[in-house]
Design a binder for this molecule. Sequence first.
Ligand code: GLA
Length: 397
Amino acid sequence: MNAIQLRQLFRDQFGYEEGVRIFFAPGRVNLIGEHTDYNGGYVFPAALTYGTWAAAAPSTSRMYRFASANFPSTATCTVTEELLYREEDDWANYPKGVLKELLQIAGLEGAEKFMGADVLYYGNIPNGAGLSSSASIELVTGLALSKLADFDIPMMGLVEIGQKAENRFVGVNCGIMDQFAVGMGRENHAMVLKCDTLKFRYVPLEIDGYKLVITNTNKRRGLADSKYNERRAQCEEGLSIIQQQLPLVRNLGDVSLAEWEKVHHYIEDDVIHRRVEHVIKENERVLAATKCLQDNDLYEFGARMKQSHISLRDLYEVTGFELDTLFEEASKVEGCVGTRMTGAGFGGCSVSLVKEEAVDEFKEKVAKNYSEKTGLEPIFYVCEIGDGAKEIMYMGE
Ligand code: GLA
């Protein structure tokens, strides 16, 4: 799909194409640092070149119309009505949630600028695969609607709006990682982010001779009905026990390994103990892995990826048969130096660091063995790391 085709689709949908502008927001892959974001810890994601495009034109009707080239359902809402989550609006609840948050942040005066718009979306991120298709649609909507309204808001503001829309409107209690990576991504860079202070740094992804391969288990999962919120609650329970010993600790991301050694026995419940242990050690792993990458030690980086998967499997228990099978089969391929699940887990995708010359063998062997064991066909994406949300200026793109 290029911009010309997207404009054509916009015209088919809305009957005109004057004033159309095109926006893009990527999906993301998290290289390491899983289930640490809502604990105020570190994450290390990067933006993909897969994503969501939005062809959008302003109107003065005070009406917002959202349509998609991927899904049949559409939604129309006016700025004067109360914006409510409606099951039948399906995917369009994401743009509605973003619009609601934008209007709220704009306040009475700013809201005047939001006169209406028509938006046609097209996306190529597999849904429910853990590559942040929802954050992608949130960010592309925030960017498009704010630009069309000439409402000045920094990208970090749109990142927070996306997360709030997801938390308050859609009802998934996610952390900030996905929206951050999708909004702030930079070509050929990953980002190490501390999720409570939002301090971050770009790290060049110099992996010459290697490829990042994303493998989709093709086991569908929905975050909302997963055990995601349960894990969050378990972390909070663990945190409150630790805080009785270490009152200055604000979140699990603050707890060092040395402190953990001192206080871990206060957590008597075995499940809570394992959840917290994962978070604290994963947090340390992010920093160690980032350093490996900067030192160009891809073997050590890959080793950290594998440790992360094992911890998510044994301590955090969010992998499951399909992701564990992918992990085992990928680990058997000699040219695969690192592999792990990415995203929330419970299905979705893994990410592997594979020597360029071994990519074909990797795909072949993993596909064969994974299918034999699970009865599912995996899909591979040899991925490029791209930019965060932006307006697309060139017609050929
Ligand atoms: C999902 C959430 C993120 C993060 C990951 C797990 O992708 O949206 O906020 O919690 O799971 O690391």
